[in-house]
Design a protein around this ligand. Structure first.
Ligand code: IMP
Length: 197
């Protein structure tokens, strides 16, 4: 069973990868490891940057052998905000202490009569310990709720309603999110691209 270092400390992402790719053994990014750079303009730049920086660090400091490093760069793109917060989703409203407040601020930025179309995007970069890195992606279309709903998931899940549903990702069970989410679709593309079994 391949062992993969996840280049992220985001507990929500780690939980989802363990559920979406259960045939892999996961090593979380250690608490004392450096912050990974994400200075690119696009999800793909950041995913590759994080995967390759984590691989380089692990080569020097890793505590156990791994087969490769997976990095996820993802975010919520809102049409009424010209695609924002998009690649800056993790850095939106850093003055606010929690996603409850950040979700409320994001909704307040969208006029009530605006187009509420939005999508989640996820780009996954895999950097094998021996070999060239590559990236795949996935997205899910939907719309913004008028108020946060549900305690499930993480981040912007309580304000995103996927197309075909009337409940947010925060209200839908994880099993449902995993049938259609941006991350699930990117994981399916990753499995098709790489032999990770
Ligand atoms: P980054 O990929 O580390 O730059 O952070 C992505 C950010 O986008 C996360 O911290 C969340 O705020 C948001 N995000 C990405 N995927 C999801 C998701 O599945 N649900 C809710 N929020 C997400």
């Amino acid at each position: 069973m391949p062992k993969v270092l996840l280049a992220s400390r985001n507990a929500g992402k780690l939980r989802e990868f363990a559920e979406l790719l259960p045939d892999l053994r996961w090593v979380p990014w250690p608490a004392d490891a450096p912050e990974l750079p994400e200075t690119g303009a696009f999800f793909q730049d950041n995913a590759l940057q994080k995967a390759e920086a984590a691989r380089a660090w692990w080569r020097e400091h890793g505590t156990e052998p791994v087969d490769g490093v997976l990095a996820d760069d993802s975010g919520l793109c809102v049409d009424a905000l010209w695609g924002g917060p998009g690649v800056l989703s993790a850095r939106f409203a850093p003055d606010l202490p929690s996603y409850r407040e950040r979700n409320a601020r994001l909704l307040a930025m969208v006029p009530e009569d605006a187009d509420r179309a939005a999508r989640f995007v996820c780009v996954l970069a895999f950097a094998p310990m021996n070999g060239a890195s590559s990236a795949v992606g996935g997205s899910v279309e939907g719309s913004l709720a008028f108020a946060p709903r549900g305690d499930g998931g993480f981040g912007y899940d309580p304000i995103f309603i996927p197309v075909g549903f009337d409940r947010t990702f925060g209200e839908l069970p994880a099993e449902v999110k995993h049938t259609l989410s941006h991350r699930a679709r990117a994981c399916a593309a990753l499995k098709a691209r790489l032999d990770l079994s």
